[in-house]
Design a protein around this ligand. Sequence first.
Ligand SMILES: N[C@@H](CCC(=O)N[C@@H](CS)C(=O)NCC(=O)O)C(=O)O
Length: 311
Amino acid sequence: MSELILHHYPTSPFAEKARLLLGFKGLSWRSVKISPVMPKPDLTALTGGYRKTPVLQIGADIYCDTALIARRLEQEKALPAFFPEGQEMIAASFAAWADSVVFQHAVSLVFQPESIAVRFGTLPPEAIKAFIADRTELFSGGSSTKLSTEQAKHQWPTIMSRLELQLQREQGDFLFGEPSIADFALAHCLWFLKATPVTAPLVDAYPAVAAWHARVLGFGHGAFSEMTSEEALEVARTSQPAALPDEQFVDPNGLKAGQQVVIAATDYGVDPVAGELLFAGSEELIVRREDERGGVVHVHFPRFGFRIEAQ
Ligand SMILES: N[C@@H](CCC(=O)N[C@@H](CS)C(=O)NCC(=O)O)C(=O)O
């Protein structure tokens, strides 16, 4: 069986989400460190252009976006579940809200000048400039709009008071009683805020939330060992992609398997990935592409939040 290979970097909140997902399931994995800024030639050799962090590789199958990574890990090991029976919709919908709305607030709060000064304090000014230029590019061309720090500060008490109340009154230890994907999607946003003393009080001022957050982080990251990006490319090149899902191909816009398509995120990081459409399910899209260094790979994307166009 192929190993789970996570392409990520330590300070990425969505990578922390993926690491916690692996820890919760008690899975063993290999860790490939990637750059937080472009270019990322070894990563894009696998994805075909998708640059966001993290990416999960299993042999010659490449999974983009943590929303889909969670579903793939659920297939790998069903229990404990991210989508507990009877809570599939509520858990996935809350997670999508946290990953977009709460994350957008966290980004705006973390990148306020007082917090940046602490976070990037030891970095040379050119590195800070390069990082800001990279993120400006990342957020260009998609539907995501910048939330001002004033608006993020203004709305933050509403988000946190609602969570505090929910967690105080909840019978179980997690957002919806038992753990679910909702907990991990919210936790990584708060983990981002907890990284500096400037923004940590935005979490710590809410005791039930802070206690819940510690419980979620307590799942840890599972057992992992390092792998180089060259080794990961070698794994892709020497593996066969997995069989396609046993689900009906559905494309409401009439796309057919075998067509050349372009797939891209709609919000930010909208770099297109071109390939042959192999599968379109209710949750997942799969394209086949061939790379000089990665060989034949199947690249998987969530359907929701990604656009697909015939080429
Ligand atoms: N919807 C994506 C969001 C991923 C995301 O925004 N990741 C950030 C890092 S936390 C990113 O890609 N930043 C730019 C980069 O790493 O190149 C997911 O769930 O994986």
